[in-house]
Design a protein. Structure first.
Length: 109
């Protein structure tokens, strides 16, 4: 299960355009291919925070766009609602209501 979770979190998601690892950690995970390689220039705290903020802003914008698209799609399929007022008569389907009577024929009319 952990391999499936890792694979899922390492993929770029359509709603954000980023992988969850990049969004949460600010970098992609070490997958064991860079063993033995060391980097001389390690980003400082300020640079790291700047990178995280930029990534979060990009993700936030992508999610806003996705929400707008989803709302448009929902609104096109949504049926208009009928306005009802107090004391309006409505039809109720009683097929799923249980009665205290042993059969419908014996219930009160």
């Amino acid at each position: 299960m952990s391999i499936a979770e890792f694979s899922y979190n390492n993929q770029i998601h359509s709603s954000t355009g980023q992988s969850p690892f990049l969004v949460n950690l600010g970098r992609h995970p070490n997958m064991g291919q860079d063993i033995g390689k060391t980097t001389e220039d390690s980003p400082g705290t300020e640079e790291f925070l700047k990178t995280i903020r930029e990534i979060r802003n990009e993700v936030e914008e992508a999610l806003k766009k996705t929400n707008v698209m989803m709302k448009k799609k929902w609104d096109t399929k949504k049926k208009s609602e009928i306005e009802q007022k107090n004391r309006d008569l409505v039809w109720v389907d009683a097929a799923h209501y249980s009665m205290d009577q042993p059969s419908k024929k014996l219930s009160t009319k």
